[in-house]
Write a protein that binds this ligand. Structure first.
Ligand code: MN3
Length: 334
């Protein structure tokens, strides 16, 4: 009975502490976006489509270790996630941002000076930026989003993604923090505009609250997520990590075949990694020192494999290499 109670207690506390994502309320009534977006479209889009992403995300996470992950963690490693999590986490994040940056015409706030200066510096004018966004949105094939993002080097960039992907995800080429998103799924406009995506796009610019986008710009510039993305964009690190994981983890389970057949590849990746240029903010002497040590260690392992060294020797040296890799990784955290 006592055991049963404690099981009950544990499952209740899991229920209590596992996070649940919720549908955010729309800041304005469904009809306040008229005439650019009709009330019925808003109601179905928010209450049905967005709600479905939230419900299905919670369902996909329930009872898994991912249930305690933050939204950013789920998005960052999208390539490792199931389709259900990738699509529904993206759907929830993207729509939440979309509702925030839209406002009825009489509630719009104006662009802030620092953001406007950044737009002018990169795009020449607000009008040219709108043109670039319209171009990205109208040329997105099928369903997806057009974005204005802040990149790891703190620049603005216009980009687009398919389906419910977004620029935080490691599956996208142009990565950064989205500060403005335009939904170009047909469910966003079909009732009113049918197949005329261009008319929807010219309409939606009447609802974009540039004051709110300005605030998002200022926040994104100091968001630690930017340096996380920057580190992930370091392809040589990713390449090395992949071979390290595929050779070291089997060793831990007593299978030395992958390491014995791929130690040359591991060394080659370590050499490339050590020679690669780290992202600007990680380009420090201690990072280069750790990379050189890692390369040396991989060279030693390759030699040991060539001499047909015993499994326990290889495990010991691989553990050292693995520790060195994590040392590099940790030095890259701010
Ligand atoms: Mn949508």
């Amino acid at each position: 009975m006592k055991a049963l109670l404690s099981i009950l207690f544990i499952s209740m506390s899991t229920l209590l502490f596992a996070q649940e994502f919720n549908l955010p309320a729309l800041p304005y009534s469904y009809s306040s976006y008229e005439p650019y977006i009709d009330a019925q479209t808003m109601e179905i889009h928010h209450g049905k489509h967005h709600q479905a992403y939230v419900t299905n995300l919670n369902k996909a996470l329930a009872g898994t270790k991912l249930a305690s992950f933050s939204m950013n963690q789920l998005l960052m490693d999208a390539s490792f996630r199931s389709d259900a999590i990738r699509n529904n986490a993206g759907g929830h994040y993207n729509h939440s941002l979309f509702w925030e940056i839209l406002a009825p015409k009489d509630k719009l706030t104006s662009v802030q000076a620092s953001f406007e200066a950044a737009i002018n510096a990169q795009y020449g004018s607000m009008d040219s930026l709108k043109k670039a966004l319209t171009q990205a949105a109208s040329t997105r094939f099928g369903s997806g989003w057009a974005w204005l993002i802040v990149t790891p080097d703190k620049k603005l960039m216009v980009t687009s993604t398919g389906n419910q992907d977004n620029p935080i995800m490691d599956v996208t080429k142009d990565r950064g923090i989205p500060i403005l998103g335009i939904d170009v799924w047909e469910h966003a406009y079909y009732l009113k505009y049918q197949n005329k995506r261009g008319d929807y796009l010219s309409g939606i610019f009447n609802l974009i609250d540039w004051g709110i986008v300005s605030e998002k710009y200022t926040k994104a510039l100091v968001d630690p997520l930017l340096s996380e993305i920057e580190k992930e964009n370091w392809m040589a690190l990713k390449d090395f990590h992949k071979v390290m994981a595929q050779t070291f983890h089997p060793c831990e389970d007593g299978n030395f075949v992958p390491l014995r057949t791929r130690s040359g590849e591991l060394l080659a990746k370590a050499i490339l990694f050590s020679a690669s240029k780290p992202p600007v903010s990680k380009d420090k002497p201690n990072v280069h020192k750790a990379l050189a040590d890692l390369e040396e260690q991989c060279e030693k392992i390759h030699e040991l494999v060539g001499k047909n060294a015993k499994d326990e020797v290889l495990l010991k040296e691989m553990t050292k290499a693995h520790d060195l890799f994590h040392q590099v990784e940790e030095l890259c955290h701010d």
